[in-house]
Design a protein around this ligand. Structure first.
Ligand code: AHR
Length: 621
């Protein structure tokens, strides 16, 4: 391998090259990234109908002690459903309530992770015809272990209208499979609505689950594409993601049923929160909005203007002045400064659908006129033919076999450099051979990414998909980060992305393999400045996709011969005994990169590449 690291060689890699794509799929957000512990907090999972679907809320007590129903008496206009509990038993007399009282509990998303010493904020809305004494507690899933408890006591006059109650609960013990419980032993009728429980400790205090966001931060993502995927489209337009329904006070958000991935979301993680998370990660937001097209229905181009207006309003919400109509709403929720929204995508995977081109052009001209600097991303693939419409980027998605993806490292070698830039916003090996995320898939993806890095004059952005899976709802496989309510691990595909964290904004060097016969090798080289020690580094990355060990001679032109590289040079390798090896909750670090000293760092190096491996060599330049 010949690497040219001389001063004159190289070309800049776009600062945006590697980022992440978040989709509300596999309970990635509701029951995942969003730290809300209560599932279906407004009792609205069935939509606005009554009786509504209160699942997974369950009832404590039998028919002789309480009747639980829903009605439309909530104080929130956009989500009228409230829970009504008629308590028939009492603390004394003939019909005595069971020990601990009767009421309801919510198991969260497959069990709440309650941790000793942590504080949880419970917020709920309550109304009653009489005085109340409700016990609010966090208990183990079988109700046997009390973790934290407090009481809501109010007189009839205090509670005759809806009242917001906030309680802090400090957990006295840890239980990974807990529930929130509201019980009483006082006869009467109680209405409840919008019951929330959040840990006080969230990422930057913004409501995100810290351990999951830290996994994202570790990738140093330069952009954050959201909120989907198919989630944006919906199977039917009535279930598509509509941003205006997801902003403002959480209690007033109606929530919606994502009919592609088949679950309800309260939309606590809404448009504002996505923009906030982008900012918290130091990543540029890439907002994918619905373009009037779902999987099964679509708005005719002649009627799409309300959707266009909705998109324009969303941009104003993100970056308009605090005095503008929508910018003032953003300012009112605590973010007067505009978000740095520079990219929008008009729909997802809709190219070729009857109204796509017509609708797209309406969006394009309106956005270009109002916001000339916004970069507009088309759904149509421009890698092999010219687009028949204007765009700044075209979206490219690829899910395929490992062999295919590895060979697709060369897809962009011959793509025209004159048209819009490529955004590879979804890629992964997803065939059966990938298991639930193994080394084989990851190595193919590593090869593909090296190809993208080498072609980063035309491919300006790339992100793996999907990012997250809650192990209790794996509707798409594989994924980069696997979690449940308390544990998480990165799949080998996650760890591959870590090899590219310094690539965005670095300089790509000429790196030439001197043999054409070994098609199972692919390599790239970059130089980058480490902001910690302010020194320039050289990183050479090589995927050996073959089942044989390779002895590779590497010659680097342009290295300073006087620099001592002994202490600072490292070799990082991702490999394992078996190609099918995966990580798991039991062995979260079975397939992760391992780093050792690079003893023979210099202008000429002989490197042994183990079979099926991904190697990164980091040298002081
Ligand atoms: O990443 C999973 C799905 O794959 C996305 O929702 C969609 O864009 C693609 O088909």
């Amino acid at each position: 391998l010949l690497v040219d690291a001389s001063q004159t060689s190289g070309r800049p890699i776009p600062g945006t090259l590697f980022g992440i794509f978040f989709e509300e799929i596999n309970h990635a957000g509701a029951g995942g990234l969003w730290a809300e512990l209560v599932n279906n907090r407004g009792f609205e999972a069935g939509g606005p109908n009554t009786p509504s679907n209160i699942d997974p809320w369950s009832i404590i007590g039998d028919e002789s002690s309480l009747i639980v129903s829903t009605d439309r008496s909530s104080c929130f206009e956009r989500n009228k459903v409230a829970l009504k509990i008629e308590v028939l038993c009492d603390g004394k007399g003939a019909n005595i309530c069971q020990p601990g009282g009767v009421g309801i509990y919510n198991p969260g998303f497959w069990g709440m992770n309650i941790e000793q010493g942590k504080t949880y904020k419970v917020v709920l809305y309550v109304r009653s015809s009489g005085s109340i004494n409700i016990t609010v507690s966090l208990v183990s899933s079988n109700g046997g272990q009390m973790l934290a408890t407090n009481n809501i006591i109010a007189s009839a006059s205090d509670i005759s209208n809806w009242k917001k109650v906030e309680i802090l609960l400090e957990a006295k013990a840890t239980n990974r499979n807990s529930r929130l419980q509201l019980t009483t032993s006082r006869k009467g009728v109680i209405w409840l609505d919008q019951v929330s429980t959040m840990p006080l400790d969230t990422y930057k205090g913004h409501g995100f689950r810290t351990d999951l966001v830290e996994m994202l931060a570790h990738l140093k993502p330069r952009f954050f594409r959201f909120p989907g995927g198919c989630f944006v489209e919906g199977d039917w337009l009535r279930n598509a993601f509509r941003w205006k329904e997801t902003i403002g006070p959480w209690e007033e958000r109606p929530g919606h049923f994502g009919d592609v991935w088949n679950y309800w979301t309260d939309d606590g993680l809404g448009y504002f929160e996505f923009l906030q998370l982008s900012e918290d990660l130091g990543a540029l937001p890439i907002w994918v909005f619905n373009n009037g097209i779902s999987h099964n229905d679509q708005v005719d181009t002649s009627s799409v203007l309300p959707f266009v207006q909705e998109a324009l309003d969303s941009i104003e919400f993100a970056r308009g002045s605090p005095n503008s109509t929508w910018g003032s709403i953003r300012a009112a929720v605590g973010h007067p400064e505009p978000f740095d929204l520079r990219y929008v995508a008009v729909g997802n995977e809709d190219c070729g659908k009857k109204n796509y081109r017509g609708n797209y052009l309406k969006f394009y001209s309106a956005i270009r006129y109002a916001y000339p600097d916004i970069q507009i991303i088309s759904n149509c693939d421009g890698s092999s033919q010219k687009l028949d419409h204007p765009a700044d980027f075209y979206d490219f998605h690829i899910y395929t076999s490992s062999n295919n993806l590895f060979s697709m490292a060369h897809t962009f070698d011959h793509t025209s450099r004159r048209g819009p830039k490529a955004f590879v916003s979804e890629y992964a090996v997803n065939t059966e051979e990938a298991g639930t995320g193994n080394l084989l898939a990851a190595l193919a993806e590593a090869g593909f990414l090296i190809g993208l890095e080498r072609n980063s004059d035309i491919v300006n952005m790339a992100s793996y998909a999907p990012l997250f899976v809650n192990i209790n709802d794996r509707s798409w496989n594989p994924d980069a980060i696997v979690f449940d309510s308390s544990q998480l691990y990165g799949t080998p595909s996650y760890w591959v992305q870590c090899f590219f964290t310094e690539s965005s904004g670095a300089t790509l060097l000429n790196a030439t393999l001197q043999t054409d016969s070994i098609t199972s090798l692919i390599a790239s080289a970059i130089t980058w400045k480490n902001s910690v020690d302010n020194k320039n580094y050289l990183r050479i990355k090589i995927v050996n996709f073959a089942t044989d060990v390779v002895n590779l001679k590497i010659s680097v032109d342009g290295l300073d011969p006087h620099t001592t590289r002994l202490s600072g040079s490292t070799r990082t390798v991702l490999t394992s005994d078996d190609l099918m090896d995966e990580n798991s909750f039991v062995e979260p670090k079975k397939v992760v990169p391992t780093q050792t000293k690079l003893e023979n760092a210099g202008m000429d190096m002989n490197i042994v590449l183990s079979q099926k491996s991904f190697t990164s060599l980091d040298l002081l330049k």
